[in-house]
Design a protein around this ligand. Structure first.
Ligand code: SF4
Length: 462
């Protein structure tokens, strides 16, 4: 566990999340991992103990509070619980929207965690399945839903296994739960997007859908559909136990509640999930994992996230408002650490190439634009791009931005633009003709192999 007594000293750029006095978090910063005594969501058995059974879960947490739907909705409003899958949408508003729409709402818990380096949702499903099911049960009550679909990707060690064992325990124990349905979909990046998940669960393809009507108003089945990720429902299960005010105070003023973060890249244990309570900084999180000084840069929020310079990230609280100050957002909770001896442009190019291959193939600008952006980044990383090619790349990014049915291309543009801004000196060196000395560094971030895309070369960027 790490505490940072200096955190409450005023800092000009992130004052909202570090202030003392009224509105400040009453909690000191605590950072811990699965089974740690400083954790709340991750408290209990350690990672080597496997899945926590119903007896152990009930002994630690007590029975699920018998809140009715109205009380759960009050809890959602008072706690200000935000979705933890990436978009950060207030859960109370999603629920209220669904209840105003015609038809009985459908509830899907999305445990697919498409982000390749993220581990928090699968950690919760594997090690704390009853917290996931408790939270899903509460959210079903808020919606008046008598069935819940638990969706994950079809992968080795899928969360479905531990969840199904936990369901058997609950049925045997006679718990008053909704009817559970397990669903496994394709292991693709955009297949975990909310509308793609809802479409797959309804019998369609796991692709984002073209519509301006929110899922909570009109899902693929014609019924209001709420998709919440696994961490979100776990947060609800914990808030129901400790109360909305106490849960809220465990975050920073702009970001209620505790947060789960996955560390990736140049850290001692890539894939480690940490739980942060209080207004801790990215530096606090990395210090807890043994880093003694700021790295070169941190990729914040996921592969379609934002690069932030290491020294800037180090002092930035991991909260929504403070991350906005550096152009980032919590996203899926990923922190990708780039060491000083790696090439940021090579790393970015690998991610962009992977993301380009993950397009769902249904929007022209995404299908044609992302491979071209990937080609441009490849050329820049290899030192074969020229200045006019960079200008064309910027124009292409403008064309791609906002042109897809989902936010996938926007995320890629966000990543590319943050790389060009944060690594300006590296860009200049690469444009001057030749890869930098770090270009041969082994890959840092766990980027899966890219699927083939129509355009592979970077000739157009010369
Ligand atoms: S923007 Fe891309 S990923 Fe999203 S739906 Fe269209 S083709 Fe698929």
């Amino acid at each position: 566990m790490t505490t940072s007594p200096d955190l409450l000293a005023p800092r000009p750029t992130h004052a909202a999340d570090l202030r003392t006095g009224p509105g400040a978090s009453a909690f000191p910063v605590r950072i811990d991992r699965l089974g740690g005594t400083g954790a709340l969501l991750l408290s209990g058995p350690s990672a080597t103990d496997g899945s926590e059974g119903l007896v152990g879960h009930a002994t630690r947490w007590g029975p699920l509070p018998a809140h009715d739907g109205a009380r759960v909705r009050t809890l959602l409003r008072d706690s200000r619980l935000d979705g933890r899958g990436g978009a950060g949408f207030p859960v109370a508003r999603k629920v209220e929207t669904a209840l105003l729409a015609p038809g009985r709402p459908v509830l899907i818990v999305n445990a697919s965690e498409s982000e390749p380096a993220s581990r928090k949702d699968r950690t919760l499903c594997r090690h704390r399945p009853h917290l996931v099911l408790d939270g899903a049960s509460l959210l079903a009550r808020a919606l008046g839903a008598d069935e819940v679909v638990l969706h994950s990707h079809r992968i080795g060690g899928s969360p479905s296994g531990p969840l199904s064992l936990a369901i058997v325990e609950r049925v045997r124990a006679g718990l008053e739960d909704p009817a559970w349905h397990l669903s496994e979909g394709p292991d693709r990046y955009v297949a975990g997007e909310s509308s793609a998940v809802a479409s797959f669960v309804d019998g369609g393809e796991a692709r984002p859908r073209f519509t301006t009507r929110p899922l909570a108003v009109d899902g693929p089945s014609g019924r209001p559909t709420v998709v919440s990720n696994a961490e979100t429902v776990v947060q609800l299960a914990v808030a129901a136990r400790i109360g909305a005010v106490a849960w809220n105070s465990l975050g920073a003023p702009s970001s209620p509640g505790p947060r789960l973060v996955t560390l990736a890249g140049a850290v001692p244990r890539p894939g480690l999930v940490l739980e942060l309570t209080g207004p801790g900084t990215i530096g606090d999180l990395l210090t807890a994992e043994g880093l003694g000084a700021p790295p070169a840069a941190v990729l914040v929020g996921g592969f379609a996230g934002t690069w932030v310079r290491g020294d800037e990230a180090w002092q930035t609280p991991f909260s929504r408002e403070s991350l906005q100050c550096v152009g980032a957002s919590p996203g899926c909770g990923l922190l990708g650490v780039l060491p000083h001896d790696a090439c940021p442009l090579v790393e970015t190019a690998r991610i962009v190439r992977y993301l380009a291959g993950e397009s769902a193939g249904q929007c022209g600008s995404c299908v044609a634009g992302l491979p071209r952006l990937a080609g441009a980044m490849d050329a820049l990383a290899a030192g074969t791009a020229r200045r006019r090619g960079l200008a064309r790349m910027d124009a292409l990014a403008d064309t791609v931005l906002g042109s897809g049915a989902c936010a996938h291309p926007d995320g890629v543009v966000l990543l590319v633009r943050s790389a060009l801004r944060v690594f300006r000196d590296d860009v200049v060196r690469h444009l001057a003709g030749g890869p930098c000395r770090a270009a041969d560094h082994p890959p840092v971030l766990p980027v899966p192999d890219a699927r083939p895309t129509p355009t592979t070369g970077g000739d157009a960027w010369r």
